[in-house]
Design a binder for this molecule. Structure first.
Ligand SMILES: Nc1ncnc2c1ncn2[C@@H]1O[C@H](COP(=O)(O)OP(=O)(O)OP(=O)(O)O)[C@@H](O)[C@H]1O
Ligand SMILES: [Mg+2]
Length: 509
């Protein structure tokens, strides 16, 4: 039998003069997967944080399993059976996987795991099919792995209500599918899963009900039956959206000299003998499964990791590769993990964007604040960053808007070579289109662009040419204008078409 788990009635929330939640009345039932969707900044995470005890509210009532809550903190919420998996992960990097999973729970007080906990960890991990090594230090994990630790953490607490704020944003399709199994199991076990995501396919596949938010209000709540991708988008945006990819400019003529050349690059991060080139005005996709070396190649070119081999920019050797030198050489790199590598959360938007480009906004070593403000405002306008104050503190921006600030930061200086690793991760459907337009704009302006995306359709549709990667090597150079998504999958898995064993779709598509 389904009963009320959490009821919100007339909830209001403001930060300073900004009202971010307006008259929110909503009930989450036991035994349901309830999706929460809406544009960046609509208020999804804030709503989740109120239920999870991380944010207080100004008006209204919150009732949990029939009892109105009083002093509401994350600890009180957990005691009442509510756990939250945060959009921006909140693990302790110095501790191991298992320590993070059991952190703050009784038996783990001294930071040492008992034998029983090892058992419990194995059972949990098996249940979710993640295959995590309990002894690894979290700081050494990739973002997808860290996301899994965060998921185990919530499940380990045996929560009756689990709020998942974009849990699949860095998982592969395969991993997301496994998480969906876990979500369904939780539901069938009578628990409530509040599922915040930008992947509408995931909503349609797993949710029982969906609530759509816009500008801090609820547009509607209802059963998933009868909803389509289009109906959801329309409700989110308030208008039908253009979900197609923008047309690419024609590729540069064959004889154009490459702007970026990589010759025989190898690294301790697993790259072996990589050679690629990108011409001005060309968008080149790195196409591969997670772990194929795409991000590692991006990091090696930019100098974020050491590598051996030759990199040339506009025909000149670029040997001493460090991020700082790369910026000076006109390279820009948008990394996949924005929390760890990209933003200084205690700073405002303006310094976050201008810091790597002080040369641009200074004269004779003196900062020109007017110029800095002008460029920052231009970026805010370009990507529709909300709120749009140039002195807004980045820590308080919604996840998607932080992503836009990060993107602005790296393309601020009109770079010649731009490497984008998962640029549209975590942003809403409108922002995604703006980012796509921007990638095309960069190429039109003569930049050499390298694009990485786990979404095969995105990388193929937005690239002129692509390099297929597997196990740290380039296996093939392909023309993306004639390559189909299926084609790419078959080649990446090295499966002959029509062969008995179909490919496992480990790539989000
Ligand atoms: N602690 C805070 N202080 C000030 N403003 C905040 C704070 N937390 C959230 N906001 C503001 O509330 C609004 C809603 O943010 P929220 O993070 O809930 O959006 P979201 O729907 O989760 O978006 P996204 O899809 O980008 O994650 C945003 O305008 C954000 O800047
Ligand atoms: Mg959010």
């Amino acid at each position: 039998m389904s009963e009320e788990a959490v009821r919100l009635a007339g909830i209001e929330k403001s930060f300073g003069s900004a009202k971010i939640l307006n008259d929110i009345s909503l009930t989450f039932m036991t035994g349901e997967v309830h999706a929460l969707i809406g544009e960046n900044g609509a208020g999804k995470s804030s709503l989740g944080k109120i239920v999870g005890g991380y944010y207080s509210f100004d008006a209204g009532t919150l009732t949990v399993f029939g009892k109105p809550v009083g002093q509401w903190t994350p600890r009180a919420a957990l005691t009442s059976g509510i756990a939250m998996i945060h959009q921006e992960l909140q693990l302790v990097p110095e501790l191991t996987v298992a320590q993070n999973v059991f952190l703050g729970m009784e038996a783990n007080r001294a930071g040492v795991l008992s034998g029983g906990e090892h058992e419990r960890f194995r059972a949990l991990d098996q249940r979710c099919g993640f295959g995590l090594d309990p002894g690894r230090i979290v700081a050494d994990l990739r973002i997808a792995e860290r996301q899994k630790v965060e998921i185990l953490r919530a499940i380990a607490r045996d929560a009756r209500v689990i709020i998942m704020d974009e849990p699949t944003s860095s998982l592969t399709a395969d991993e997301a599918e496994r998480l969906h199994h876990v979500i369904r199991w939780l539901r069938d076990d009578g628990r409530t899963v509040i599922y915040v995501t930008h992947f509408l396919d995931h909503v349609l596949a797993t949710a029982d009900r969906v609530t759509i938010m816009r500008d801090g209000r609820i547009v509607r709540t209802g059963g998933i039956a009868g909803e389509t991708k289009e109906s959801l988008i329309e409700a989110m945006l308030g208008e039908p959206a253009d979900v197609a990819f923008p047309p690419l400019p024609p590729p540069p003529p064959i004889e154009t000299k490459p702007l970026l050349e990589v010759i025989g690059l190898s690294s301790d991060t697993g790259l072996s003998d990589i050679s690629i080139d990108v011409r001005p005005g060309e968008i080149v996709g790195l196409i591969g499964l997670v772990g194929s070396g795409r991000s590692e190649l991006a990091r090696a070119i930019f100098g974020a990791d050491p590598s051996r081999g030759t990199v040339r920019i506009a025909g000149a050797d670029y040997a001493n590769r460090t991020p700082r030198n790369s910026v000076a050489h006109g390279l820009a790199f948008v990394p996949e993990d924005r929390r760890k590598q990209g933003l200084d959360l205690v700073q405002a938007v303006r310094p976050n964007m201008s810091l790597p480009h002080l040369g641009l906004v200074s004269r004779l070593g003196v900062l020109r604040p007017g110029e800095e403000r002008r460029r920052t405002a231009e970026m805010i306008r370009h990507f529709n960053i909300v709120p749009g104050q140039i002195d807004g503190e980045v820590a308080y921006y919604s996840g998607g808007n932080q992503q836009k600030v990060l993107l602005s930061k790296w393309v601020y200086g009109a770079p010649k070579v731009v490497i984008l690793d998962e640029p549209s991760r975590g942003v809403d459907i409108g922002a995604r289109r703006r980012i796509h337009d921007f990638v095309v704009e960069l190429a039109r302006g003569g930049a050499a662009v390298i694009l990485i995306s786990s979404e095969l359709e995105e990388v193929i549709s937005l690239s002129h040419r692509g390099y297929l990667m597997r196990e740290g090597r380039i296996i093939e150079c392909v023309d993306c204008r004639t390559l189909g998504v299926e084609d790419a999958l078959f080649r990446l898995f090295n499966v002959q078409r029509g062969a008995e064993a179909g490919p496992r779709t480990e790539v989000r598509s």
